[in-house]
Design a protein around this ligand. Structure first.
Ligand SMILES: Cc1cc2nc3c(=O)[nH]c(=O)nc-3n(C[C@H](O)[C@H](O)[C@H](O)COP(=O)(O)OP(=O)(O)OC[C@H]3O[C@@H](n4cnc5c(N)ncnc54)[C@H](O)[C@@H]3O)c2cc1C
Length: 313
């Protein structure tokens, strides 16, 4: 007899983070295979409805208006102890990466982060698939703990067609006590725009100065796109780490990806390989990025990008 599949929902501003819906789609597939229910838990300051799960457990408190990992950890681990789901899935968002390992540690549960695939084995255990050793192998991981936990990045699973509205079960919080974290300032970033962008213009170490990022921005603006970066550019101190694309950054799937001065390391490719069309601009004809692109320009990005902008506008 299996416990249910539980999705840990994450709210963003006034709506749910889209990774929650993607997880509900995968969660339904797993629950059907196990012949069990699909539940969703949301800690929220206000009432919400949800489609796609059998039950939405709504833990209401004003204390949940700020993302506070210790408060989430305390409440979610108590919920899991009481309801005993066999599988718990959460988004590998910035906040998820912070509170989910704490929940797993509190429960002594196995947790696999950043899964790219999830399925059920012949023994009914969750098979958690994720790249390992810098993407060189796809590890298939199972955990022996009663609660099997996994996180998945936004954009990894397709957005499902959501079914009927979930039954809402309101439950009181187990605790509303803060650990003492004080939110001083909330900085709004357009990260979801980058993850969801239809066109991405990405810059790598071929960019020589922070001011030159405006060249990427200008090209992105012409195409209605967003700008992202390789890790080398971030590590050179020229770009914001929040917009890094790749294995340890964001995963993007635009219709068009333009890689400017990016060599094409496996860890960068991991974050953009599902783009429908890839254009690469690199002055080195032997750069590996040319093995992954549909159109390649061998040339200096400082000359090619202005020409492209001129032709487009
Ligand atoms: C565990 C781990 C995780 C990682 N995660 C990530 C990740 O999430 N994202 C990521 O990007 N990397 C990641 N990396 C780093 C990755 O291995 C590479 O080091 C990085 O992607 C290289 O970035 P780059 O292509 O911008 O720089 P480089 O490899 O230095 O390439 C720069 C390219 O620019 C070209 N160039 C230079 N000047 C010009 C010019 N004027 N015009 C045109 N072309 C020019 C050069 O020919 C060269 O090909 C990770 C590494 C590890 C070990």
């Amino acid at each position: 007899m299996h416990g249910n599949v539980l999705i840990l929902a994450e709210a963003r501003d006034d709506s749910l983070h889209p990774v929650t819906y993607e997880l509900l789609g995968k969660g339904r597939e797993l629950a059907d295979k196990l012949n069990c229910g699909l539940d969703c838990l949301l800690l929220s300051p206000k009432e919400t409805r949800l489609q796609g799960a059998d039950r939405l457990y709504l833990m209401l408190s004003q204390a949940f208006s700020q993302p506070e990992e210790y408060l989430y950890k305390a409440n979610i681990s108590e919920f899991i102890k009481e309801h005993k789901p066999s599988i718990v899935l959460a988004g590998a968002t910035d906040f998820g990466r912070s509170y989910v390992p704490r929940v797993a540690a509190a429960l002594g549960a196995g947790l696999t982060a950043d899964c790219t695939g999830l399925s059920i084995g012949d023994d009914g255990r969750l098979i958690q698939i994720r790249p390992a050793f810098s993407d060189n192998i796809l590890a298939h991981i199972t955990s022996s703990s009663a609660t099997q936990m996994a996180t998945v990045r936004y954009g990894e699973f397709p957005m499902p067609i959501l079914g009927t509205e979930a039954e809402i079960i309101k439950i009181p919080p187990y605790t509303e006590a803060y650990s003492g974290t004080v939110v001083i300032e909330t900085i709004q970033r357009n990260l979801h725009n980058l993850s969801e962008a239809d066109v991405v213009v990405a810059g790598g170490r071929g960019i020589k100065a922070t001011e030159d990022i405006s060249l990427l921005q200008e090209l992105a603006d012409c195409l209605g796109g967003q700008v992202g970066f390789s890790r080398a550019l971030v590590e050179a101190g020229l770009a914001d780490a929040a917009y890094q694309i790749g294995y340890s950054g964001l995963r993007v799937k635009p219709s068009l990806y333009i890689a400017c001065g990016i060599s094409g390391a496996a860890q960068h490719i991991a974050g953009m390989k599902d783009s429908a069309k890839i254009i690469a601009i690199n002055r080195d004809p032997s750069a590996p990025i040319f093995n992954f692109c549909d159109i390649g320009y061998v040339g200096d990005l400082y000359q090619v990008i202005p020409q492209l902008i001129k032709e487009i506008s």
